[in-house]
Write a protein that binds this ligand. Structure first.
Ligand code: GLA
Length: 403
């Protein structure tokens, strides 16, 4: 079995699907199109909600919305990416824009939430949504839907949100209160602010952003994402638990922010006998430092250092923060034992989803084959069939697209 890169539908293809679906269902051409990308986080995991730094990049994969104004105050939306719900290929939601209560349809709640927190009057509209961001894989398909929606609303109404930070906060509020996911601010920020050929260093305390040039190809390197194809149930319940534990640990250390902590702050936790809280706080404190170091390494084009920090990050997420899983560990271990691999780690919330690997372009085929072989050996052929690989370069953030 040869292992190849997965071919996702490209931008032109999803644009065509969106326009065709719009025409077939609404009998006219859409007047407006906007899109926003998913992301992969290079380093800085589970520290966006701890005042830390994160270093994600925007993906070429996007969620796209095309639509038009219409009379009245109803939203009529079709999604062509509804496979997550009821295994259908398309789904439709109609709701009154005068009642923004969350409803039963989860995908529509992301949209309702964004409309609600956008807080400008939105008149009736009809729209079609198509995405090529793999859904539920830890590549921020949700944030891309929220940010695409907000960008669409801004263009539809002509009323711009005053800053990128505010945009990210609106989308985060939608996710917190309309889909009950207490996420940090990383995914929405990178989806808004991504730039081609740049990783984004985000200071999650001040919400300041720094664009860091990241062109791996200048050293014949690539970023390889491996989608494990698994998502454990734990991912939903453990996330809020980790957040709460981080806060508890902070209180025990008598600190206001993890940014004021150093490794010596941990001695209080060591003495307290709170082994689990100690591990959580140690991850946060060391990951903040690793992310700052990684940003410096990228600025110096020191990709070896970057790779080493990625490996350390995975170890910390696995052993101290305990958000990895056996599938991700098998993939990361397989990768880091191959020559030509600089670093590899789980990325995103964990308990399944994806790994991200920095490696030489010349070894991509053999590394993908090794990762798959190890997966077969540990699990089985069926599980290995579900693995997908994508090579991605840092791409643009949310934008209007020409139709
Ligand atoms: C999810 C959340 C983010 C972040 C990551 C872990 O993707 O949405 O805010 O906390 O997990 O780094």
């Amino acid at each position: 079995m040869t292992t190849q890169l997965t071919k996702l539908p490209n931008f032109e293809e999803i644009l065509q699907i969106a326009k065709d679906t719009f025409r077939q269902n609404f009998g006219s051409e859409p007047e407006l199109g906007c899109c926003a990308p998913g992301r992969v986080n290079l380093i800085g995991e589970h520290i966006d909600y701890n005042d830390g730094f994160v270093l994600p990049m925007a993906l070429p994969m996007v969620t796209l919305i095309v639509g038009s104004r219409c009379p009245g105050d109803e939203a009529d939306i079709i999604t062509c990416s509804a496979s997550c719900e009821e295994n259908k290929e398309t789904a439709r939601a109609k709701f009154s824009l005068t009642n923004m209560e969350p409803g039963k349809t989860k995908w529509a709640n992301y949209i309702k939430g964004v409309i609600h927190y956008y807080s400008n009057k939105v008149q009736g509209f009809k729209a079609v949504i198509v995405s090529n961001v793999p859904i539920g894989s830890g590549l921020s398909s949700s944030a891309s839907l929220e940010v695409a929606t907000l960008t669409f609303l801004e263009h539809l109404t002509g009323r711009k949100v005053e800053s990128n930070a505010k945009r990210a906060l609106i989308c985060q509020a939608a996710e917190h209160n309309y889909v009950e996911m207490p996420c940090g601010i990383m995914d929405q920020t990178i989806s808004v602010c991504g730039q081609k050929n740049h990783a984004l260093l985000l200071d999650c305390r001040s919400l300041e952003t720094y664009q860091i040039p990241f062109v791996a190809s200048e050293k014949d390197l690539v970023v390889l994402i491996c989608n494990s194809g698994v998502r454990h149930e734990l991912s939903k319940s453990e996330y809020p638990k980790r957040r709460a534990q981080c806060m508890q640990a902070l209180e025990l250390m008598a600190l206001k922010s993890y940014r004021d902590a150093t490794e010596s702050s941990l001695s209080v936790l060591e003495r307290s006998g709170e082994e689990e809280l100690l591990k959580r706080a140690r991850h946060v404190i060391t990951e903040i430092k690793r992310t700052q170091d990684a940003a410096a390494a990228l600025r110096e084009h020191n990709f070896e250092k970057m790779g080493k920090l990625m490996k350390e990050s995975h170890t910390s997420l696995r052993d101290d923060f305990q958000v990895s899983c056996i599938e991700l560990d098998v993939l990361v271990n397989a990768a880091i034992n191959c020559s030509g691999v600089l670093g590899s780690r789980m990325t995103g919330g964990g308990f399944g989803g994806c790994t991200v690997t920095l490696l030489q372009r010349s070894v991509v085929d053999s590394v993908m084959a090794t990762m798959r072989e190890n997966f077969i050996r540990k699990f089985n052929k069926d599980a290995a069939q579900r693995i997908e690989f994508y090579i991605c370069t840092p791409s643009e953030g949310a934008r209007r697209v020409s139709l």
